[in-house]
Write a protein that binds this ligand. Structure first.
Ligand code: C2E
Ligand code: CA
Ligand code: CA
Length: 349
């Protein structure tokens, strides 16, 4: 049976010992030893086989499949060996990244992903001007995992694309819900990865999500890092222009930490700079030169500027004094559940 993706299960109910298994493996190897002809293409398919035995490696179908899966990943790890028997001694720790990858594939389906929202404040008017959607993973064994531990894995595996789309959709739905309940929050920021920007149909996908959730595009802001811009392809430019023409805003996240030249700020449809936390940290006690420069740069180019990672009143006061009113950080609020945002709104906090 097909287990999912490129994984298949073979159940052998009548074997008497290892030699019977090896015979079957030989058959499989034989079938895949020649290339497959598909139209004009010759395709070579490699197999990696993991084996678990009843009752030694498990007494339920579920456990047997799980252990066969673990063994299969072991044989994937070692090119050249096509099969691997499960054994209790398989070092589970060395499997962690692989296991996490496997779990990540199933995380959306299993409803383990959720979103927290961090308020963005206008410190001058003391109003909440928006929220940033931040992804969390409630892993069944490890508890809550922050994106630092799985975003790069998601990017390597390409899973960031469905994952990012999931975030976008659910965050838009959430904002729409608040709006319908009378809480008209003006802005929702969602992080987009470089990989998402490499999709030809990114614009169409975002447009569809907005249509499905019935949210007006001007409420949506996308946060990109400079590495999207460093790549600066024709595709990036086209997509950004399309997004802008729809009314979607684009912010540059972690501004100042990348390696891009500043020229793009004039050529690309960007509306906001986010001062990276590292500069905000240095600001009060060490050196405010970079923060001040970014604020001035934003003013001169007619871009909004928001400081992130604001943790103290001193930092907030200093930023305001420098004419940076928009802020986000633990001083105001940690990222919290949607419900919490709404209760604060209702209580007028
Ligand atoms: P980021 O976009 O720079 O998000 C800000 C991070 O700083 C968040 O971490 C937030 O919780 C944390 N933070 C906010 N205020 C403070 C503060 O005052 N002090 C300190 N120490 N930290 C603060 P988080 O939620 O762990 O996210 C980490 C990174 O993961 C994000 O950095 C973003 O790059 C990425 N990420 C999160 N959600 C998504 C997503 O849906 N898609 C993509 N592609 N990336 C995401
Ligand atoms: Ca961000
Ligand atoms: Ca950031």
């Amino acid at each position: 049976s097909r287990q999912g993706g490129d994984e298949f299960t073979i159940y052998l109910p009548t074997i008497k010992g290892h030699t019977d298994i090896l015979k079957v493996i030989n058959c499989i190897d034989e079938s895949f030893s020649h290339p497959f002809q598909i139209l004009e293409h010759e395709m070579n398919v490699k197999t990696s086989i993991g084996i678990s035995l009843f009752p030694d490696n498990g007494d339920t179908a579920e456990l047997l499949i799980k252990n066969a899966d673990t063994a299969m990943y072991k044989s994937k790890e070692r090119p050249g060996t096509s099969f691997h028997f499960f054994s209790e001694e398989l070092d589970m720790r060395s499997f962690e990244p692989i296991k996490l990858e496997n779990d990540l594939y199933k995380a959306i389906e299993k409803n383990e992903m959720f979103i927290l929202y961090q308020p963005q404040i206008n410190y001058k008017t003391h109003q909440i001007v928006g929220v940033e959607a931040l992804l969390r993973w409630n892993h069944q064994e490890r508890g809550i995992i922050t994106p630092d531990h799985f975003i790069s894995l998601a990017e390597e595996t390409g899973l960031i694309v469905p994952l990012g789309e999931w975030v976008l959709k659910h965050a838009c739905q959430q904002l729409k819900e608040w709006h319908d309940a009378g809480f008209v929050l003006p802005s929702l920021s969602v992080n987009l990865s470089v990989h998402q920007f490499e999709q030809r149909d990114l614009f169409e996908r975002i447009k569809t999500i907005l249509e499905e959730t019935n949210l007006s595009p001007e409420f949506l802001e996308l946060e990109l890092t400079e590495n999207v811009i460093v790549k600066n392809t024709e595709l990036t430019l086209t997509t950004m222009k399309q997004l802008k023409s729809l009314g979607i805003k684009i912010a540059i996240d972690d501004f100042g930490t990348g390696y891009s030249s500043l020229g793009y700020l004039k050529n690309l449809p960007i509306s906001k700079l986010k001062i990276d936390k590292s500069f905000v940290d240095q600001m009060v006690y060490d050196d405010a030169a970079i923060t001040n420069t970014i604020i001035t740069l934003g003013q001169n180019l007619n871009l909004e500027v928001i400081a992130e990672g604001v943790e103290t009143k001193e930092q907030a006061d200093y930023l305001l004094q420098q004419n940076c009113q928009l802020m986000q950080g633990y001083y105001f609020s940690k990222p919290v559940e949607a419900q919490e945002i709404f209760s604060r709104y209702k209580e007028g906090r």
